[in-house]
Design a protein around this ligand. Structure first.
Ligand SMILES: C[S@@+](CC[C@H](N)C(=O)[O-])C[C@H]1O[C@@H](n2cnc3c(N)ncnc32)[C@H](O)[C@@H]1O
Length: 258
């Protein structure tokens, strides 16, 4: 299995994925609705589906007659089931999923973890039918460059240094549009949106959970120390601290020829 730093076996990973669904599903559903392509009878594919909350929603939207495929390296944290929800285990770098068959292919918060995002995008595009749409949503950590106070910025500098060493690309958001243009997708459009949150909020709880899950690796890497990690966690508990972290970049493009 390819190396993935937030493996589903980690304690708390189920809760962390549930928080991602709570925080990001409304935005993801809004972008999918705006494409106007998911209708009864449609075939959809979600790659790196995590707990498959979006795939379960897609399964309802394509019913009757359609199929929603939920695809991930690890299906162990998926609890939802539906007659037209198909679970498939696999690595998107290894090849397309049912080439040329999907009306919608989507992936959220996946490609920044994939060692060869170029190959993964080629395989996502190859899974589309003619006229099908690819929707990618990935982070861009641009907002942390203006984080306050300075010790929080120092925490994020260490986090980004750790992530580079682990092969994670937290600036991938800005590269998505040209990467969809390169294989010839048309009607490319995109938006980035950034949550502004305070300590004690769901976003702050998400970061507390994530950092506690990765704590040993972050400190062991030498890119962060105990004091910086604890200072950041203290801010995450302080309701008077307001901040922003990720510009979630959503970009879509259509397979030509329809
Ligand atoms: C950060 S989680 C995001 C889960 C979900 N998309 C969300 O936004 O809530 C990344 C997911 O991508 C999966 N993943 C990572 N690399 C993958 C690959 N090469 N092929 C398929 N899935 C992959 C992981 O197993 C994990 O479930």
């Amino acid at each position: 299995m390819p190396q993935y730093v937030l493996g589903h076996y980690l304690k708390g990973e189920g809760k962390r994925l549930a928080l991602m669904s709570e925080l990001l599903d409304p935005m993801h559903r809004r972008y999918i609705d705006a494409l106007n392509i998911v209708k009864p009878g449609a075939r959809t594919l979600e790659v790196g589906c995590g707990n498959a909350s979006i795939s379960a929603w897609l399964a309802e939207r394509v019913s009757p007659g359609g199929t929603a495929v939920a695809f991930d390296l690890d299906l162990s944290l998926i609890e939802v089931r539906a007659p037209n929800l198909e679970l498939r285990q696999g690595d998107i770098v290894a090849g397309p999923v049912a080439p040329g068959t999907f009306d919608l292919v989507t992936a959220r918060a996946v490609l920044h973890h994939v060692a060869d995002a170029e190959v993964a995008i080629t395989n996502l595009v190859a899974s589309l039918r003619t006229g099908g749409v690819l929707l990618l949503i990935e982070p861009d950590f641009l907002p942390v460059s203006i984080a306050e106070p300075p010790e929080v910025r120092a925490f994020w500098d260490g986090w980004l240094a750790w992530s580079r060493e682990r092969g994670i690309d937290y600036h991938i958001g800005r590269t998505l549009a040209p990467r969809l243009a390169a294989p010839g997708l048309t009607q490319i459009s995109g938006t980035a949106e950034t949550a502004i949150y305070n300590g004690g909020s769901t976003w702050a709880n998400y970061w507390t959970l994530t950092i506690n899950e990765l704590r040993d690796d972050l400190i062991g890497s030498g890119k962060l120390n105990v004091a910086l990690v604890d200072t950041f966690l203290n801010h995450c508990a302080d309701s008077n601290w307001w901040t922003q972290t990720i510009a979630f970049t959503a970009v879509s493009g259509r397979s030509p020829g329809a």
